[in-house]
Design a protein around this ligand. Structure first.
Ligand SMILES: *Cc1c(COP(=O)(O)O)cnc(C)c1O
Length: 366
């Protein structure tokens, strides 16, 4: 049997090690995972109640159209229900966009490094991926990305804030880009960390939808809402675009548990506010400590910081792991001396910083 030629080179996703496995392998009793940008405060208690109540409907197929949830999110955002599509995480919305819009004749533009799923799904469809390095501050180089646009370009992916660098594009920058890009090209604004933002310059992308019909905004319940395990996220765009994406959607792509939990979560705005505040304090805590250690870092606008540890990132990663702290280092980023750390609770951040100080002494400067 021959798989499709364009998938044979694709790597199988290597997930971070589960906490229990790390504990067993290293004989540790406490392990703190600051590797996947999950919410250290879990999810809203109201979402937990909704999950437990949803057990009663386990034998029944979920609402394929996620009608109640769509209505609630549409109301909160001030858009029409036919402008929203839900997926099993925004990962699945990325997959569906690629499936609905990209062919082997098309080109698609991303930053590098950025969230890997844009490239992955584009390659599954056989499209050509043009990767444009971020600038020295870890930000999307919009001018360089614009210079790569041609008649084959179908989609441009803007990850804002960018994972893994954490940097933000301002509304002014995004609007400047949208004005320069032909409107036959889709611009995906992946805003997985939007709810963490405390900067007045962050784009109001939902409002931009009135003027720019070629944008699709991606949001998720996996990050600030603390529901990563339930797999639910969504895209917002022009009704025609959302309809096309809906045409490739599997009938029951989101679970009843996820829909019910997300519905409860959107209404618990005080939980979100408290997480946003705690995160901003956590970033300040980490930045202050990095300043003291003389380590540089990219300006962080999500719930994670990418810091230059001035030593091989793989070795610092391993050293932290032995001390019970899981962070992220990926050689494909192109930053051999940087690690990405998720903002934890104050106590978790303290423990990470204590471990980091030891690791910096253990690993030789490169
Ligand atoms: C976490 C993340 C997502 C996807 O999360 P889902 O769990 O699939 O909703 C999408 N984009 C970025 C940039 C992310 O960091």
């Amino acid at each position: 049997m021959q798989p499709k030629a364009n998938i044979v080179h694709l790597p199988v996703y290597q997930p971070g090690k589960p906490i229990d496995e790390v504990k067993r392998e290293l004989g540790l009793t406490e392990v703190i995972k600051l590797a996947s940008n999950e919410n250290p405060f879990g999810c809203s208690p109201k979402a937990k109640e909704a999950i437990i109540a949803a057990v009663e409907q386990s034998s029944i197929y979920p609402d394929g159209g996620a009608v109640d949830l769509t209505k609630a999110v549409a109301e909160q955002l001030g858009v029409q229900p036919n402008q929203i599509i839900f997926g099993a995480g925004s990962d699945e919305v990325i997959l569906m966009i690629a499936r609905a819009f990209l062919t082997s004749q098309d080109e698609t533009i991303t930053a590098s490094p950025t969230f890997p799923q844009y490239k992955h799904n584009a390659e599954v469809e056989g499209a050509t991926v043009i990767e444009v390095p971020v600038d020295s501050e870890g930000k999307h180089d919009l001018a360089a990305m614009l210079a790569k646009v041609n008649e084959k370009t179908k989609i441009v992916w803007l990850c804002n804030p960018n994972n893994p660098t954490g940097t933000m594009l301002t509304e002014e920058e995004v609007v400047g880009f949208l004005n320069a890009v032909p409107d036959r090209i889709m611009v995906v604004l992946d805003e997985a960390y939007a709810e963490y933002n405390v900067s007045g310059a962050y784009p109001d992308s939902i409002k931009l939808l009135d003027q720019y019909r070629n944008i699709v905004v991606l949001r998720t319940f996996s990050k600030i809402f603390g529901l990563a395990s339930l797999r639910i996220g969504y895209g917002v765009g022009h009704p025609d675009v959302i309809r096309s994406i809906n045409q490739v959607r599997e009938p029951f792509n989101t679970t009843g548990f996820a829909q019910k939990a997300a519905l409860a979560a959107v209404h618990d705005t005080s939980f979100i506010e408290s997480c946003r505040e705690a995160n901003a304090k956590g970033i300040a805590q980490l930045n202050a400590a990095f300043d003291e250690l003389g380590l540089s870092y990219f300006e962080a606008h999500g719930n994670f910081v990418m810091v230059d540890v001035q030593r091989p990132g793989t070795e610092v990663f391993q050293s932290l792991l032995r001390k019970g702290i899981i962070v992220r280092h990926d050689p494909s980023w192109g930053y051999p001396t940087r690690i990405r750390v998720t903002v934890g609770s104050v106590e978790q951040n303290d423990k990470f910083l204590d471990a980091l100080k030891l690791a910096l002494n253990e690993v030789a400067v490169s």
